[in-house]
Design a protein around this ligand. Sequence first.
Ligand SMILES: [Cu+2]
Length: 144
Amino acid sequence: MKPIKAFAAILILVFAATAVNAAQDFQTVSMPGAVVYFIQPVDKATLKNPVTVKFGLKGMGVAPAGVEKAGTGHHHLIIDAPLPPMDENIINDSNHLHFGGGQTEVTITLTPGEHTLQLLLGDQNHLPHNPPVFSKRITITVSD
Ligand SMILES: [Cu+2]
């Protein structure tokens, strides 16, 4: 490798490492061992509308959006979508519901058929924690 190319490669590496650190710097640190999970429904459940979803959280606390308090966050319910980027504010749409008031359950109406649900904790700025705290993705069937 010619010296100029080696220098360019080093610059790119330094820039990439800085970018990774920057992403971690603005994220709220999660508590070690924190777990978010569904109290209900259970995975592979068949249900009728309306569907009540209850959010469980161990090892961290729930705080409303906008409240900066270490070891806390608020719930996001992801419906029929993959996990969003972990270093960006969680999108707010019909597939990504925010519970910025600190709610720990919701009752929703879904179209009949199969749906996936997943929980993702976000900090006061709707940003996933570092490391992120998300549940297993479950599948439910709505029968009516
Ligand atoms: Cu949010």
